[in-house]
Design a protein around this ligand. Structure first.
Ligand code: FES
Length: 220
C-alpha cells in the first residue's frame, strides 16, 4: 500500500481500492488454479486418463491387436499387456490410454500356482490375475518383449516381481509390489471388478484414495 502511494501520489482512494481488489482477486485465482492443478489434478482428469474403473473391459495394448478385447481362452503364463476400456460421455468405447500409467499386465496360471499375498478373491477362478504394469521404482513399463513365462523383470534397473505371489518384489530397487487390479469374467471377456487394491505408481496412499473419490464423483 505504501509503495503504491509513493509511486503514484495522484491515485484516489477508490482507484487504489479497485486496484488492490483486482490484484487480490487475480492472485487468489492464480493461487487457486495452482493449488488445484498440482494438489488436485482431477480438475484436468479426462475419461481417457482415468485409472481402470469398475466395469471397464480389458483390451490388448500390443500394437498388432490394440483395442481388441482380451479373451480368456488366449491367456497363458506369458504376460499380456492390456489397457482398460470404458465409455466416453456419449457411451462410445474409449481406451483409457491417455495416461501411460494405466497399462496393465495379465497372466493365467495353472490352478494352485497363484498364492498369497495375491488376493485370490480378486482373480478369476484363482487362475487369472491382473496387475499394474508400471514399476513402483521409477515408473518404467515392466513388461517388454523379452519377458519369460511367469516373470516380470523391469528393463530399467532390473527390478523383479513375482506375479504368482501378488507381484511382490523379489529383486532390484522397487520399493513395493505392483498393485493388483480386481477382475471378473463376463462371457469370454475380462472386466474390472474394483479399483486397484493398493496405490499404483505414481500415487501415495492418500493421493490414490483421493483419486478414487474424485473419479467416482466425476462419473456419478
Ligand atoms: S524403474 Fe523399474 S527398476 Fe527402476
Amino acid at each position: 500500500m505504501t509503495r503504491y502511494r509513493r509511486q503514484d501520489p495522484e491515485i484516489t482512494r477508490r482507484k487504489f481500492i479497485n486496484v488492490a481488489m483486482g490484484t487480490t482477486a487475480t492472485v487468489g485465482v492464480v493461487s487457486l488454479v495452482g493449488v488445484l492443478g498440482t494438489a488436485n489434478p482431477v480438475f484436468r482428469l479426462t475419461r481417457d486418463k482415468m485409472p481402470p474403473v469398475p466395469g471397464d473391459i480389458l483390451v490388448h495394448a500390443s500394437a498388432s491387436k490394440e483395442g481388441q478385447p482380451i479373451k480368456i481362452s488366449e491367456l497363458s503364463e506369458q504376460l499380456v499387456r492390456a489397457w482398460p476400456m470404458g465409455k466416453d460421455k456419449e457411451g462410445k468405447n474409449l481406451i483409457r490410454k491417455g495416461d501411460p500409467n494405466n497399462v496393465l499386465a495379465v497372466f493365467r496360471f495353472p490352478q494352485g500356482q497363484l498364492v498369497p499375498p495375491t488376493n485370490l478373491e480378486a482373480t478369476i477362478s484363482g487362475e487369472i490375475v491382473a496387475y499394474s504394469d508400471v514399476c513402483t521404482h521409477a515408473g518404467c513399463s515392466v513388461s517388454d518383449d523379452d519377458q519369460q513365462e511367469g516373470q516380470m523383470k523391469c528393463p530399467c534397473h532390473s527390478g523383479q516381481y513375482d506375479p504368482k505371489r501378488g507381484c511382490k518384489v523379489i529383486g532390484g530397487p522397487p520399493p513395493r509390489p505392483l498393485a493388483q487390479l480386481p477382475i471378473k469374467q463376463e462371457g469370454e471377456q475380462l472386466v474390472v471388478a474394483e479399483f486397484f487394491l493398493a496405490n499404483p505408481y505414481p500415487f501415495t496412499e492418500a493421493e490414490w484414495e483421493a483419486r478414487i473419490e474424485a473419479v467416482k464423483a466425476q462419473l456419478a
